[in-house]
Design a protein around this ligand. Structure first.
Ligand code: ZN
Length: 87
């Protein structure tokens, strides 16, 4: 699990880049209450994020490495916020 509030300053890391791409694509979202990242399980949004990785990776990073970073972030994020009451 990770907290994006603490990671905004580290946006220049590859993981931080991947998180921002996934958020912009709508593949993950931040819990409004506690700030935990949640996987929205939207395959189209994921595909958009991988498209960005392939076509517009960060400077000095290969498109393959960028796609791996996206996949690693998705692997590390759960579907539900651990602190919000289960629905
Ligand atoms: Zn929450």
């Amino acid at each position: 699990m990770l907290m994006t509030r603490e990671r905004r300053s580290a946006i220049r890391t590859l993981r931080g880049w991947a998180i921002s791409v996934l958020q912009e694509a709508g593949a993950i979202r931040e819990c409004e209450e506690q700030g935990w990242m949640q996987d929205r399980a939207d395959p189209h949004a994921r595909e958009r994020a991988f498209d960005v990785a392939r076509q517009d990776p960060p400077a000095g990073v290969s498109s393959q490495a960028a796609a791996v970073a996206i996949a690693e972030v998705l692997d590390s994020i759960g579907d539900n916020c651990p602190e919000c009451p289960a629905e």
